[in-house]
Design a protein around this ligand. Structure first.
Ligand code: SF4
Length: 445
């Protein structure tokens, strides 16, 4: 039975050492009770407490990774049905399906597309995360060669061995076992053999059955066979089925603590028509998929799906932020102008974009204001003269510029006098109110 936060707290070391990333043991216990963190995040918890917490502290949806290394994608671990209840933690992986019946050149080209899919959006690197290699040839040797080729051409991508033939899947699994591929998939017919391959190679195993009742039964069977990391495929194909089944799975796991369905979900959005595929993938991303597999990836589609995924998995309680820093734009020198703004991502990207447009090499001081925009940060007392002065002095930017002049946003012109008092030896200049006036302003100086 699940333990309350207080019950968990009693079992923790109570040193408030913060090693878990939480300010107190109580805060950590509360998060653990919601399933938003794992007990392993506390390095000092005793073995006895770990045992006592055991099942009770495990997240309702099991957490593990797809793939290995820096680009491994963490799945599961979600604790709420709706993002506004708290937040969603682990963005779903997007995967491209490649048939092994294609020529070597075609497989290599598609895998390379995945490899070069990364784009930068609001300071985050977004990419197609995985390749699913489909056993379409019915030839185990061809399948193994295709898996090897795709793995070589996309070294950063996670792999899904989309092959229900245990002999072919087992041989391919051995070749790429170090990449920790997902084995897809066990059905009622091949569950014993696929579970044996998963166990032997330490891989997660996807299971597929038509309908949630059959899926639950298969999940229990595979667990009993010793597989810990399971991914669920309810057989949903249409957007309606994906929405219904994924919602029922998430509800069963969170509200009823129904263990057989407490695992990440995989959906196949794969369609011949790319626009339809995009729409179905969007439904899966919005409603609880941990992996979405598609037949095509194109830049327009990636951009739309990346944006959707990024927005759904952004913590609604924490504004998007960039790091406090002195940013160099277009290779500034000691004579270049120095401007300051706050670290709200959108503010930073708009301001830095306009400075780039001006083609005037510049310094941009970005101050940590907990992700608030300029006016909000000023109103909240986070972007005020004393704090700005302390930041500029501690940053050492004064050693980089020959003329000690700081250009502040026009919206906080009111700060100029107080700032000149606090920043001795500096000239404070009031810049434009709006970022789009920066190019003209900088060129005219
Ligand atoms: S790491 Fe453990 S002991 Fe330290 S604050 Fe977190 S829960 Fe408490």
């Amino acid at each position: 039975m699940a333990l309350s936060g207080i019950e968990i707290f009693k079992l923790l070391p109570k040193t408030n050492c913060k090693k878990c990333g939480f300010p107190t043991c109580l805060a950590f216990a509360m998060k653990l009770a919601q399933g938003g963190v794992e007990i392993s995040a506390c390095p000092d918890v005793s073995e006895e407490a770990k045992k006592n917490l055991g099942e009770a502290s495990a997240p309702a949806i099991r957490t593990f990774s797809l793939g290995a290394g820096d680009n491994a994608v963490k799945m599961g671990g979600e604790g709420v049905l709706f993002r506004h209840d708290k937040k969603f933690y682990n963005p779903c992986a997007l995967a491209l399906n490649i048939k092994d019946s294609l020529s070597g050149d075609e497989i290599a080209a598609k895998a390379s597309e995945v490899n070069s899919s990364e784009m930068d959006r609001v300071g985050q690197k977004l990419r197609i995360d995985a390749i699913s290699i489909e056993y379409a040839s019915n030839d185990p040797a061809k399948y193994e060669a295709a898996v090897k080729l795709a793995a070589e051409k996309a070294p950063g991508a996670a792999l899904i061995l989309n092959c229900g033939d245990p002999a072919a899947a087992g041989a391919a699994a051995k070749v790429v076992a170090g990449r920790k591929p997902l084995l897809y998939c066990a059905t009622e017919a091949n569950a014993d053999a696929m579970a044996a391959i998963a166990k032997e190679n330490g891989l997660p195993l996807a299971i597929k059955a038509d309908g949630l009742e059959a899926l639950s039964a298969l999940s229990e069977k595979v667990q009993k066979l010793g597989v810990e990391n399971i991914v669920l495929d309810s057989g949903a194909k249409s957007a309606k089925e994906i929405l219904e089944n994924n919602t029922q799975i998430r509800r069963s796991a969170l509200k009823k603590k129904f263990k057989p369905l407490g695992y990440p979900i995989i959906n196949f959005a794969s369609r011949g028509d790319s626009m339809l595929e995009t729409s179905i993938a969007a439904v899966a991303i919005a409603k609880y998929a941990s992996i979405v597999v598609m037949n095509h990836i194109e830049q327009w589609k990636n951009l739309a799906l990346f944006t959707l995924r990024q927005n759904i998995y952004t913590d609604p309680q924490v504004p998007m932020q960039v790091k406090q820093n002195i940013y160099e734009i277009s290779g500034p020198s000691a004579d270049s102008p120095l401007m300051i703004t706050t670290n709200f991502s959108l503010t930073y990207f708009i301001v830095s974009g306009e400075i780039e447009n001006s083609k005037v090499p510049s310094w941009l001081a970005v101050m940590d204001c907990e992700g608030l925009s300029v006016l909000t940060a000023w109103a909240a007392g986070k972007f005020i003269a004393s704090k700005i002065a302390a930041f500029i002095q501690e940053s050492g930017v004064g050693d980089k510029v020959s003329k000690k002049e700081l250009i502040i946003p026009g919206q906080v012109a009111i700060l100029s006098g107080a700032l000149e008092d606090k920043l001795e030896g500096w000239k404070i200049t009031v810049g434009p109110r709006e970022a789009n006036a920066l190019p003209t302003y900088l060129k005219s100086r």
